[in-house]
Design a protein around this ligand. Sequence first.
Ligand code: SF4
Ligand code: SF4
Length: 300
Amino acid sequence: TSAKARPSQPSNPETRDHPCYSAEAHHHFARLHLAVAPGCNIQCNYCNRKYDCANESRPGVVSERLTPEQGLRKAVAVANRVPELSVLGIAGPGDALHDWRRTFRTLELIRQELPHLTLCLATNGLSLPDHVDGLIELGVKHVTITINAIDPEVGAAIHPWVAFGGRRHSGRAGAEILIERQLAGLDALVAQGALVKVNSVLVPGINDQHLSAVNAEVRGRGAFLHNVMPLISDPAHGTHFGLTGQRGPTNAELAEVRDRLGEDARLMRHCRQCRADAVGRLGEDRGAEFALDSLPETPE
Ligand code: SF4
Ligand code: SF4
């Protein structure tokens, strides 16, 4: 991408070694995403489950679906070979909090075996209010929530349904539940001292005029960073948006929306839209080196 790192974030001991939360750290430290979360509880028009969750990732090669134990094996192997590894994240390929037991089990194993790693997680936010206490107990202090809209009309155009309370809620009603839960999760995390990054997928003609309102809302509630990401829409990927001809933004449109949010918008400009199984420094993907079948049977 053409996005250049701008060291605009204040120096903060909590972010110094997290490549996503600090534009400076991203030159020096590496992150590993473990793809242990296959299921999801909402539908995004840009999603294709053959690929990783667009919460934190771009369509790429299908991730390996790892069990928590396989995830640990991979993390140990990576930690041994990538000394600058500082962050372990769970970001898909579905929603990290839908199959929350798998995610929590993985985080627990990592915390026991690799206690020096910073743990982080990305979610669509629907289940977040139920798990904030559990995450904080596990030491997860960096959470990304994808919030594409705070107006249910806009949200419904991006998320056709959400599954909540044992049934599917479609259209505006579903989007209302999603937004309410996302903002409640954000508030609860901020109240417990976590650093929250909000991702918004910019969908031209749908939420481009609305992202200033999203930015003001999440900043007002204490979000640490706001990351406006371009929709990647391609009929070849089979996303609903791709099939309806919805295009992604041009670079100029993306820059225009980001600039409109202004200097104090706490924008993240160095996000690389990593795959859910990314390994290495930002912009670098060494995932292929660590495919499961190339790892030693027992942790090194
Ligand atoms: Fe797909 Fe992620 Fe949206 Fe779930 S939250 S539908 S996995 S893009
Ligand atoms: Fe960081 Fe963006 Fe990659 Fe997530 S997708 S690890 S926020 S650079």
